[in-house]
Design a protein around this ligand. Structure first.
Ligand code: AGP
Length: 619
């Protein structure tokens, strides 16, 4: 049984208990959801006709230590552990969020795309907002419906409010107006119920990890459904037409560890499968962040793209994107070399775009700090809002990938590429160097990438596993590409090295004849990332060069590429007609899968590769 799309962003939990206090159960359940987000946490309960609420910045243990999260009255409540997407991880931005009266409390996982419009509408109606989050509009929206339609029940008001929301949400709401129920609703972000027949208790949560130790009787809630949790149990309705839905609990024979991984054997493969949803999240970025950053880039005199490891490969790909469709020169630089290479020349006319999923990589922070001290403009992309990098950046954008538990970067890399491609498209529009038709086509394909990536994972995973098994005994791999595919080849090489510990080389295919080709012997696997773009013909000749020297050709190609299929020993395919500047996103997926299954062939733990840390906070 597969719970569709686990969008690691935040964790929500709610419970209606028969005979015990809700707060301690919410607290311990949030602890089990902490892998979904941990920069702030809060709980709200109902007791004696009132809402009681505690919340704070920091992880669950830190906030519990300072506020005592168990010390809240009542047997009904909701809770939230946050991974910031809108608004820094501050107490004021943590959930639950209240309405003006404090009689409604809401927790939310997802991204409300139209929150700015809704916020303005509600402010014009006199609502006062305290946070920078998208979530807070939900509590005020419910309040407004209850005010304007006094005959509505709390459940009706939540239902009416959710009809106004655009984007992804899994919410749980309580109110002192009707202090005997919890209302939940779902659109895209996951929501499940736990039904405890022994105690009569019922739970709602982002995933079953939260309550699996209490019950394994699970009801999966689907998109467009609303749930009413009461002392009698649960009621499911369609948001659209209020029709009732009968759904009996399923029994999940998962261990707690399996539940955290949503049934996947490792976080890395789970996160590879999450990439379609992550791409959808990156397409929900607020325009004004992208417009602001692209304006800075457009006006910049010189731009350095600074990062380490996989994030550097995103920068390398971005340099092709910015040049090809915006005619904007940018210079990717390893953060660990930046100070030596440009520390003396970077100046007030320089702009740094730093890319770091953790926002804490010491080399990147050091490079940015050096540039900042020389008056350069600092921009950044990071997956960790509130990280050091965000605090030293003039403008930053969160890449919306949710916490990445696997040490090897996968979904955060794909999200970085998507945001960089969106910046390149905005620059292309500003600078008018390519045709509107090319821009339109690229935008259309960008919007299709979630489905394209989903189809690649589904159609290529088994083949990648077979190829990994076939070449498991190879003790060296080459990864080659031309043009923007060079960045993809570099990333594929890093993945294989870091989780399967196989020595691998990567360089632009055009460099082969300048030395590396001397290494080629019979049977050495050479992975070619080979899109049918301007470099296709020269890539073919590189393939032939390698093949005639005995190399085994593993090609990552567009489907129906019969010419390369005829040359390759093995191949993995991605859909055709993807614009070159977007190609690293689909072409990387087969390489991630190849690396993952090669790690398993070598009995390596892909989630915790030796010698590596998720965030390299030492120089
Ligand atoms: C990538 O799989 C590795 N985990 C590593 O190269 C990583 O990309 C690098 O350390 C940079 O991390 P950052 O994005 O958090 O700055």
């Amino acid at each position: 049984m597969d719970i569709e799309g686990n969008k690691n962003m935040c964790g929500i939990f709610g419970c209606f208990l028969k005979n015990e206090k809700a707060a301690p159960v919410i607290h311990s359940s949030l602890k089990r959801l902490e892998y979904r987000g941990y920069d702030s946490v809060g709980i709200a309960t109902l007791f004696d006709g009132a809402v009681f609420l505690k919340k704070g910045q920091g992880n669950i243990d830190e906030v519990h230590k300072s506020l005592d999260l168990d010390d809240l009255p009542g047997n009904i409540g909701i809770g939230h552990t946050r991974w910031a997407t809108h608004g820094a991880p501050l107490q004021v931005n943590s959930h639950p969020h209240s309405d003006c009266t404090g009689k409604i409390a809401v927790v939310h996982n997802g991204i409300i795309e139209n929150f700015n419009d809704l916020k303005l509408e509600l402010q014009n109606l006199g609502h006062t907002f305290v946070s920078k989050t998208d979530t807070e509009v939900i509590s005020h929206l419910i309040e407004e419906v209850m005010k304007s339609k006094p005959s509505f029940s709390f459940a009706d008001a939540v239902q009416e409010a959710t009809k106004r929301l655009e984007g992804s949400f899994a919410i749980a709401a309580i109110s002192s107006h009707e202090p005997d129920k919890i209302i939940c609703a779902r659109n895209e972000s996951p929501l499940v119920l736990g039904i405890n027949d022994n105690t009569g208790d019922v739970y709602c949560a982002s995933d079953i990890t939260a309550f699996l130790l209490l019950t394994n009787r699970v009801v999966i809630i689907n998109n467009g459904e609303l749930v009413v949790l009461t002392a009698e149990g649960y009621l499911i309705k369609k948001i659209r037409d209020n029709s009732l839905i009968e759904r009996v609990p399923e029994i999940f024979q998962w261990t707690a560890e399996m539940a955290v991984k949503q049934g996947y054997p490792h976080f890395m493969i789970k996160e590879i499968h999450e990439q379609p949803e992550v791409l959808r999240n990156t397409l929900r970025l607020q325009d004004h962040y992208l417009d602001l950053m692209s304006t800075f880039l457009d006006r910049a005199t010189e731009i350095f793209l600074v990062a380490c490891g996989t994030s550097y490969h995103a920068c390398l790909a971005a340099s092709y994107m910015f040049s090809k469709i915006a005619f904007l020169p940018t210079y990717p630089v390893y953060a660990s070399e930046f100070i030596e290479q440009y520390g003396k020349s970077v100046n007030i006319d320089s702009t740094i775009l730093a890319v770091s999923q953790s926002g804490e990589t010491a080399d990147t922070i050091a490079a940015v700090t050096c540039a900042q001290q020389r008056a350069a403009t600092i921009l950044s992309l990071t997956n960790a809002i509130g990280s050091t990098l965000t605090r030293i950046s003039r403008v930053y954008i969160g890449t919306q990938a949710g916490p990445e538990i696997g040490v090897a970067a996968t979904k955060t890399f794909i999200s970085q590429l998507s945001v960089l491609a969106q910046l390149a498209l905005r620059l292309a529009k500003k600078r008018g160097k390519v045709s509107q038709d090319e821009i339109d086509t690229t935008e259309e394909q960008l919007d299709k990438l979630p489905e394209i990536v989903n189809s690649i994972v589904k159609t290529q995973e088994d083949k990648a596993k077979q190829i990994a098994h076939k070449y498991a005994k190879s003790n060296i791999f080459f990864f080659l590409g031309r043009g923007i595919s060079t960045a993809t080849a570099f990333e594929g090489r890093l993945k294989l090295m870091e989780i399967a510990y196989i020595p691998s080389l990567a360089f632009p295919a055009g460099e082969s004849k300048h030395g590396p080709i001397s290494l080629i012997e019979h049977g050495i696997p050479v992975v070619f990332v080979c899109q049918k773009d301007d470099t296709y013909k020269t890539a073919i000749s590189n393939i032939i060069e390698m093949k005639t020297r005995g190399a085994k050709i593993l090609a990552i190609i567009e489907e129906d590429d019969d010419e390369v299929k005829a040359l390759a020993d093995d191949y993995l395919e991605v859909p055709k007609n993807i614009p070159g500047v977007l190609s690293p996103i689909p072409f990387t997926i087969p390489l991630q899968l190849l690396a993952y299954y090669m790690a398993l062939e070598h009995n390596c733990n892909p989630d915790m590769p030796r010698n590596l840390a998720k965030s390299v906070t030492v120089k």
